[in-house]
Design a protein around this ligand. Structure first.
Ligand code: SAM
Length: 288
């Protein structure tokens, strides 16, 4: 549909369908015409690419993705938007809408069935209430995807893209840096949405690494150590890990020493290599 990101057109479509926004589903729709073309372009939508979109709203981003990519499969949880999308995306024969919760979709199967022979990328203006779980789910599954380009709240973007060893980092930063190279692309003001949220946003891109950092014997254990370390981020690594993982303090202290770290090191001071060395040492200490 032409002019779909125009606020008047969106209002008209939504009111004709008797649609009311759901706060619980994070429904803040983009009404700034310049934003979606940029997300689509920077999110790899182009020839040879299949795009997975999460959360279509009225289809403003879907529309831009469909214009550029070979195929778009969009997952939207809100059944009330299905008749809206039938109207707004009618002209695009390369779009498939799945009415489902993205957390319950088998994405490996979806990629195999829908994107044979195509490179795949994820593009979305994410519902903010599940930003981290969605990103973790996309990364941890090791899907056959090249990149994830998503709009998130500005604060979440800063945390997600924080370099290892910086004050802003958290457990999710570890996962993001382990699986990808993260980058903040551009900021988007709160006035670009309807209804307007209380915070500004930014668009971030995670370029998926072909190989993850070496030295991790058990990924599940490594990420539980990362979560444990950052559960009490201002404490020392020994106190935080022993407190949250139920591991004896002397065992955590031995692992710190074994991995060549200072006794009172804090989680936020660790590089990826140091966290891996600590996790491996902790695994050995607690096994033996
Ligand atoms: N892409 C649209 C835009 O930019 O205007 C809408 C973005 S809005 C921030 C988030 C969308 O995600 C909403 O349409 C909401 O219904 C949908 N959504 C929320 N939770 C979801 C879930 N678990 N799975 C799939 N879609 C979801």
């Amino acid at each position: 549909m032409d002019g779909l990101s125009n606020i008047g057109v969106i209002r008209d479509v939504l009111s004709r369908h008797g649609f009311s926004f759901s706060k619980a589903l994070g429904q803040n729709f983009l009404v700034n015409p310049s934003v979606c073309p940029r997300i689509a372009q920077m999110g790899s939508a182009g020839p040879g690419f299949g795009i997975i979109e999460i959360g279509t709203g009225v289809g403003v981003l879907t529309n831009e993705l469909a214009r550029r990519a070979e195929k778009v499969v969009a997952i939207e949880i809100d059944e009330r938007l299905m008749p809206v999308l039938e109207e707004t995306l009618a002209e695009h024969k390369n779009v498939k809408i799945i009415n489902a919760d993205v957390m319950k979709v088998d994405l490996h199967k979806l990629i195999d069935e829908e994107f044979r022979g195509l490179d795949v990328a994820v593009c979305a203006n994410l519902p903010y209430y599940i930003t981290s779980p969605v990103i973790m789910m996309l990364l941890e599954q090791r899907l056959r995807i090249k990149s994830i380009t998503v709009m998130v709240q500005k604060e979440a973007g800063t945390r997600l893209c924080a370099p290892m060893g910086s004050r802003e980092m958290g457990a999710v930063t570890v996962a993001v840096n382990y699986f990808s190279e993260p980058k903040i692309l551009f900021n988007v003001s709160r006035g670009s949405f309807m209804p307007s949220p209380n915070v500004d946003s930014c668009v971030v891109r995670f370029d998926i690494r072909e190989t993850t950092p070496p030295g991790v014997t058990d990924e599940k254990f490594f990420f539980s150590v990362a979560r444990g370390a950052f559960s009490q981020r201002r404490k020392t690594l020994v106190n935080s890990v022993s407190g949250s993982m139920g591991i004896d303090k002397s065992v955590a202290a031995a692992a710190v020493q074994k991995s060549g770290l200072k006794e009172n090191v804090r989680p936020e001071q660790l590089t990826m290599e140091q966290l891996i060395a600590f996790s491996e040492a902790l695994r050995e200490e607690s096994l033996g």
